[in-house]
Write a protein that binds this ligand. Sequence first.
Ligand SMILES: [Zn+2]
Length: 546
Amino acid sequence: MRTQPMILHPIRPALLAVSAFAALFSCHTASAATPDPQAAGQRWWSYVQYLASDQMEGRLTGSDGYRRAARYVTEQFQASGLAPKGVEGYLQPVRFDVQRIQAAQSSLTLLQKGQEHPLSLGEEALLGSRLPQPKSLEAPLVFVGYGLHIPEAHYDDFADQDLHGKIIVYLNGGPSQLSSALKAHSRSPQEFYRAVEKAGAVGIVSIPNPKSMDIPWSRMALAASQPGMQLADPALQDTRGPMFTLTLNPAHAQQIFAGSGHAWSELLALGDAGKPLPRFPLSTRLRARVSALTEQVESPNIVGVLPGSDPQRKGEYVVLTAHLDHLGIGEPIGGDRIYNGAMDDASGVATLLDVARQLHEAHASLKRSVLFVVVCAEEKGLLGSRYFAGHPTVPAQSLVADLNTDMFLPIIPLNNLTVFGLEESTLGDDVRAVASGMDVKVLPDAQPDRNIFIRSDQYNFIRTGVPSIMSAFAATPGTEEEKTMKAWLTNRYHAPSDDTNQPVDLVAAARFNRLLLTLTERVANADARPQWKQASFFKRFAVSHP
Ligand SMILES: [Zn+2]
C-alpha cells in the first residue's frame, strides 16, 4: 500500500450536528428500542460462549477451529439478513506464510572480548516468528535509543551511525516530546521494519520497558512457540528479505551493555522518564543459529452488508470490525492448553453479531450501508484487516469510517470509555455525543506507551485514509475497578483463562453494544462523512472525496 499525498478536507460546517440529529428522526433506527439490558447482555454472551467454546480450539488463523467459528459467523450474518459481500459469498480468503521457531534447535551467543556467552532462549531472549528469520547470522550490536525514525518530526534514532550489516538494539517507548500517535505510528511494522531494512541493518533486538509490558516475561516466553505469520502477498509484506528479530528480557539486558560505557539501569531510568536516550555502538557481537519450520495456510475474513436506504449515500460504507482469530492451542497454563479468547476477541465479534441482529429486528433503515467485517490474523500482526484494506471488497474510497471493537473488557460497569483516536477525527465528536446521552464519560488514551491505537485492526483503515476509532472500558483511576482491569491483563490476557468461566458484567456489555449501535446509526445517517481533524497526524493518509 502506498500512502496518498495529504489533501486538506473542508472544515465541517458547525450546523452539522443539528442536521445529523434531525436526520435520525427521518430514518428508522434500532437504538430507539429499549430492550431489557440483562436479556440483551445474555444474548451477546451466548455468542461469546459459542465462539470461545473449547470446540473452537482457540480459533487460530488457518485452523479447523477458526473455520468452524467462521461458519458460525456466516450463519449469524445470514440470520440477521446481511447480504454477502466477500469474494466467495461472505468469505474473503487470505493466504499466509507461517513460520514456527524451533527454539530447541536454535542458539544465541554473545561475543565479548573474544569470549563467548550463550544467551538462553526462553529465559533471556525470544526469537521473533513474524518476519522470516535468517538461518544464521553474526553481526555487531548498536544501541539506537528508542529506535524511532520519524522524518516528519525531525527525529531520527538511526541518524549519525552506520547501521549497515549491524543488529540494532532499542528500548521500547519514546521521548515524551513526541505525541503518542506519532510514536505508535512509527513503531508500526509497515514503518518500522521498512525503515530498519532501508538503513541496511540485518537484525533487531527490542527490549521491552517493564513499565509498559502487558504480560509478564514468563508468559511471553510461553507464547514464543506459537506460529508467526505474514501475508503471502509480497506487496503486503514488511520486508523484502529475511530480518533477524529478537526480544531481550529486560531483567537480563545488562549483559549486552558490558564494556559500552553505559549501564542498562541508567538507560531504563531515562526511558521511564521519557528523556532522550544516547545512541552508541556496543562492544558485543551476536551470533545466532535459527531453526524454523515454514508452511502456507489460508483463512478467511467474513464480510456482510446491511445495504443503505438513501440512493445518494448507500454506496458509502460504515465499517464495523472485530477479529475472530485468537491464539489456538498452545503451552498449558494451569493445565489448560486452549486459548479460548473469550474477551480477545470473541466479545467483539459477538458485539458485531448483536448489532446486526438488533438492526435486523428493528427493520432499521440507515442512509449509508453498514459493512460488517470480521477478520482473521489480528493476533499475527493485524494481517486480515491489512489484507482487507489492501483488497477491499467494495471501492476503497467508499469506506467512510471504521469502528473497531477488540477486547473492550466489560468486566466493570460502563462509566468510562477510553476512545483510541478520540482527537484524530470527527468520529471522536460522534462518540462523545452518543456517550454523553448514556451517561458515559469519554476519556483519551491514558497509557499511550502501550501503543493500542496501532495494535488493533482500525490501524489498517487509518493507513488507507479512513477515519477510525476503537473504544474500550476504562476504570476510574485509584479505584478497585482499576485493580480489576490491571489484574485481568496480568492474569488472563493471552492466557487460557480468557475463557467463558470468567466474571463478566452483562448489563455493562449490553450498554456498550447499545452505544456502538447508536454510534453506527449516527455515522450512517449523518449528512457528511467523517473527517480527519486538521491537526491530526493521521490526516496525511486521507484522500479527497467528491
Ligand atoms: Zn490478542
